[in-house]
Design a protein around this ligand. Structure first.
Ligand SMILES: NC(=O)N[C@@H](CC(=O)O)C(=O)O
Ligand SMILES: [Zn+2]
Ligand SMILES: [Zn+2]
Length: 344
């Protein structure tokens, strides 16, 4: 079997910098037309000037024969100014602003400590500039069970935010719960949307402990119960335009995953399209795959859909065991396993 799709975009991607950037960028450029590039570097990308410089370093390692277009984001802090949002909009390079609650995930230590107390003027300016807010939607209170942090964030931050600023475009990134699906369904189309990763569609939390601790299945928000996975699968395969592809591919060098306190993040770019296709096939919804991978994202961002195509062929292939780069190696999601769909 063979499918031809409009070239997909990745609306949530970590490209990192330095050697890691050079190692992973070609994998994204091979399959995706554009990607929303996350700003959680050290130091984070908090200004338009830094975003422009970061984009140049991505372009330097993008293969010459690809027209991969990185769409940049700014990292929201307690001190981001409304004028920075104006600069970002005028740059034509920055397409969104990312909210990391301080302490919620990898490199979020410079994130926001009090969204309504510190960031309202910036959020208002974003609504005026039609600049989407992308959210890592988890509370950081250590007393809240880690499996409940998304649900509590929806109740305490997201719903009040949408009520206060109904004009602001919001993407709830990497949704993991039935609560998130219910929230997105209750909101206006075109204003609130969600990205969904391959891992949250094909794995539940058992995958963290299958036969022993599995660090390469560890990401944030952490995998949830099967009930949540099933609800997310139904939502994305329903044909709703509110959901779109965002891999959240988040590479960490092998030793930083396989150690006594491993980093959160799954390097899934090499297998992402393959897994999305498998999932839609199993749900008997292959006819809805292209909207999820290639239409809903650009439509939400108000950008043109890609014009070039990509082929997905149902032919078994083996995921590499590891991918080396000069100072280390990366273990991709499903390393060494056989998958059905191949993208080319
Ligand atoms: N998803 C992850 O587990 N990690 C991401 C950060 C994020 O997207 O939350 C990373 O940058 O490593
Ligand atoms: Zn996140
Ligand atoms: Zn991410």
């Amino acid at each position: 079997m063979e499918l031809t799709l409009t070239r997909p975009d990745d609306w949530h991607l970590h490209l990192r910098d330095g050697e890691l950037l050079a190692a992973v960028a070609p994998y994204s450029a091979r399959h995706f037309g554009r990607a929303i590039v996350m700003p959680n570097l050290r130091p984070p990308i908090t200004t338009t000037a830094a975003a422009i410089a970061y984009r140049e370093s991505i372009m330097k390692v993008t293969p010459a024969d690809s027209d991969f277009n990185p769409l940049m984001t700014l990292y929201l802090t307690d001190t981001t100014s409304p004028s920075e949002i104006k600069l970002a909009r005028e740059s034509g390079v920055v397409y969104a602003v990312k909210l990391y609650p301080a302490g919620a995930t990898t490199n979020s230590q410079d994130g926001v400590t009090d969204l309504f107390g510190k960031c309202l003027p910036v959020l208002q300016e974003m609504a005026v500039q039609n600049m989407p807010l992308l959210i890592h939607g988890e509370v950081t209170d250590p007393d809240i069970d880690i499996f409940d942090r998304e649900r509590v964030f929806i109740e305490t931050v997201l719903r009040p935010l949408v009520q206060k600023l109904p004009q602001l475009k919001v993407v709830m990134e990497h949704i993991t719960t039935a609560d998130a699906v219910k929230f997105v369904e209750s909101c206006n189309e075109g204003t609130i949307a969600a990205t969904v990763t391959p891992q949250h569609l094909v794995l539940n939390r058992n995958a963290l402990f299958q036969g022993g601790l599995q660090p390469h299945n560890y990401c944030l928000p952490v995998l949830k119960r099967e009930m949540h996975r099933k609800t997310i699968v139904s939502a994305v395969t329903s044909g709703s335009t509110k959901y779109f592809l965002g891999t959240d591919s988040a590479p960490h060098e092998r030793q930083r995953k396989e150690c006594s306190c491993g980093c959160a993040g799954i390097f899934n770019t090499p297998v992402a399209l393959s897994l999305y296709a498998k999932l839609f096939e199993e749900a008997n919804a292959l006819d809805k795959l292209e909207a999820f991978t290639s239409f809903n994202g650009p439509d939400f961002y108000g950008l043109p859909r890609n014009t070039s195509k990509i082929k997905l062929i149902k032919e078994p292939w083996k995921v590499p065991e590891s991918i080396s780069f000069p100072s280390g190696e990366l273990i991709p999601m499903f390393a060494g396993q056989m998958l059905d769909w191949q993208a080319s």
